[in-house]
Design a protein around this ligand. Structure first.
Ligand code: ADP
Ligand code: MG
Length: 254
């Protein structure tokens, strides 16, 4: 949609990121840039390094080499909570919700965790109001308004993934790192999630790690293909589809 000569706004940049686990090179000089208003998908077979990349960008683990820039600042040495406060949100490959808490309570906890020091959270009524309203807005944006009072453990699989997105949104991020948000979803849930993601593009930069190739090719502006920790191609979907190296290494018959 956007002409390529329009100046883009890079919100998150990974520069030459390498990660070793003992003798294994899980990531080999991976660079990528996430722009506001677009979905950047990272695809690759199991073990390619996708989750490791997300963990490094989010600050969960440090890179062996390379750097991460968030909103123009070098955050390579920052902790995950500090990056979150600057505007980085992430979801996990496995659910991280509290099943006995309601949808609203899960969102509010996420909002509180992102704005407050843990030892202050019960103190300030003002903060409490702010996180209550952030939680409501996030749940609404993720399509969960009707389920605010439902214990999260009673949600369907697809609704749980929506809740994960809502919890991410409750932290008011500008960048969203999503690790397989469509995993295990049926067709209808997938459609709902894709509609949500394309709506969330506005105002956010989204990194999407996903195995569902149909979904990836439908929704992504850019696709980075990884094999054994290295980027073998990064291009618009049409370019990736016709890239002989990608077809050989990854897409097979697609
Ligand atoms: N904590 C860890 N310790 C040792 N090796 C790891 C660890 N996490 C990931 N790896 C290895 O790094 C490689 C990349 O893993 P991962 O990033 O999870 O791949 P993907 O998400 O693409 O499936 C794999 O070979 C995996 O076994
Ligand atoms: Mg993974």
């Amino acid at each position: 949609m956007k002409p390529s000569d329009t100046s883009s706004e890079v919100l998150l940049r990974g520069h030459e990121i390498t990660r070793r686990w003992g003798g294994l090179v899980a990531l080999d000089r991976v660079s990528l840039a996430l722009e506001r208003g677009s979905v950047h998908a990272v695809i690759g077979t199991n073990g390619a390094g996708k989750s490791t990349l997300i963990n490094i960008l989010s600050g969960e683990i440090p890179p062996s080499n390379g750097s991460v820039e968030l909103l123009g600042q070098d955050v390579t040495d920052w902790t995950q909570p500090r990056r979150a406060r600057l505007g980085l949100g992430r979801s996990y490959q496995r659910n991280t919700i509290y099943p006995s808490f309601t949808v609203f309570e899960n969102c509010r906890l996420a909002a509180q965790a992102s704005t407050q020091k843990p030892w202050q959270w019960w103190r300030s009524a003002q903060h409490c109001e702010a996180s209550t309203s952030a939680a409501r807005q996030a749940a609404a944006r993720a399509g969960l308004t009707d389920l605010l009072d439902r214990p999260a453990g009673l949600l369907s699989h697809g609704q749980k993934r929506q809740l994960e997105i809502a919890m991410c949104l409750a932290t008011s991020p500008q960048v969203l790192l999503l690790d397989e948000p469509l995993a295990g979803m049926g067709a209808e849930e997938t459609e709902r999630m894709l509609a949500l993601l394309s709506e969330l593009k506005t105002g956010h930069a989204i990194l999407l790690v996903e195995h569902d190739m149909d979904a990836v090719f439908r929704i992504a502006e850019r696709i980075t293909v990884m094999v054994n920790g290295a980027v073998i191609a990064s291009d618009a979907p049409a370019g990736i589809r016709s890239n002989p190296q990608v077809r050989l290494a990854y897409l097979g018959e697609h």
